[in-house]
Design a protein around this ligand. Structure first.
Ligand code: A3D
Length: 320
């Protein structure tokens, strides 16, 4: 059987980490694309030389030519500019919209059958724009945010309860931004909902509220510490989990920015919701019952995404 082909558009911090993880897991042969000359080639050479030490045979190549992504099975997009301290995700809008146009056109020409995962911020707007520019079916273009946001929530909950992260399941909905909605009722330690754990005296409402707040600011906290860029290890690991679910037809239920057509009362927007990912891409959007507080939070998040799309349409009138 021919090996799968994984194309990574953007060979920066996340792109390089994605390439390393994909090679270690032998998800397929890897092509790193970037507009910066030498960066994808240099990283590809360095990563290839991990092969003998780590025992992987995946071929890793670097390129500045879209032609080399031809026939890719999975494409993960991190091309663009990351946040600097004091910069909001929305400040990135104008710069990264132009990048999505170039990337979308490249995908349309060379890999229209790929499953595309977008990571570039502001995520919910960029994944929508990338889908518009590429013309791929909506179920084949998805945004990575919820897996990362939930991983952050789960990490803080595991620390709070002093338990293994493997026993924590958590849930974050909505846009990837300060308006994301960590849903406490659906977050559990081995099936025990967090509100029950509070009743059991294992934590307090105040401490959980602080964790919810820390989760929503999870990206900003890392940016503030790094000062020269944003998080990249956990974002890369999160996108790889999504790619593996597609390539292996695992049908994992993962929170992703997915295109909604009526679900959650939303039409024509990408919003973070739980979806099933298998060989057909996004195979199902799972609609969960939300309490009034989560519903209100989700609405704020949806409105923020709508504002971003209006701004995108104002910048590029081919999107209007
Ligand atoms: P960085 O290390 O700067 O890498 C970005 C790469 O994109 C650089 O190598 C650039 O040369 C390259 N690039 C710029 N323009 C183009 C273009 N037109 N075509 C191809 N490549 C181009 O950033 P990073 O890897 O740390 O982050 C990448 C993106 O992910 C940023 O937009 C971040 O804001 C975003 N991000 C999103 C999340 C989410 O959870 C959604 C988390 C962390 C970062």
């Amino acid at each position: 059987m021919a090996r799968k082909k994984i194309a990574l558009i953007g060979a920066g911090n996340i792109g390089g980490t994605l390439a390393h993880l994909a090679a270690q897991k032998e998800l397929g042969d890897i092509v790193l694309f970037d507009i910066a000359e030498g960066i994808p080639q240099g990283k590809a050479l360095d990563l290839s030389q991990c092969g003998p030490v780590q025992g992987f045979d995946a071929a890793v190549t670097g390129t500045n030519d879209y032609k080399d992504i031809e026939g890719a099975d999975v494409i993960i997009v991190t091309a663009g500019v990351p946040r600097k301290p004091g910069m909001s995700r929305d400040d990135l809008l104008g710069i990264n919209l132009k990048v999505m146009k170039a990337v979308g056109e490249g995908i349309k020409q060379y890999a229209p059958d790929a499953f595309v995962i977008c990571i570039t911020n502001p995520l919910d707007a960029m994944v929508w724009a990338l889908r518009e520019f590429s013309g791929l079916p909506h179920n084949k273009v998805v945004g990575m945010a919820g897996v990362l946001d939930s991983a952050r929530f789960s990490t803080f909950l595991a620390w709070e309860f002093g338990v293994s992260v493997r026993d924590v399941t958590s849930f974050v909905l909505g846009g990837h931004g300060d308006t994301m909605v960590p849903v406490v009722e659906y977050s559990t330690v081995k099936g025990i909902p967090v509100p029950d754990l509070i009743k059991m005296g294992k934590s307090t409402q105040e401490r959980i509220d602080a964790i919810v707040k820390r989760t929503a600011n999870g990206g900003g906290e890392v940016v503030g510490l790094l000062k020269t860029g944003s998080a990249f290890y956990a974002p890369a690991a999160s996108a790889i989990a999504m790619a593996e679910s597609y390539l292996g037809d695992q049908k994992r239920v993962l929170p992703c920015a997915a295109y909604l057509e009526g679900q959650y009362g939303v039409d024509g927007l990408y919003v973070g919701v739980p979806v099933k990912i298998g060989k057909d891409g996004v195979e199902e959007v799972i609609e969960i019952e939300l309490n009034d507080q989560a519903k209100a939070g989700l609405q704020v998040s949806i409105d923020a995404v709508k504002d971003l799309l209006t701004a995108c349409k104002g910048i590029d009138n081919t999107l209007a």
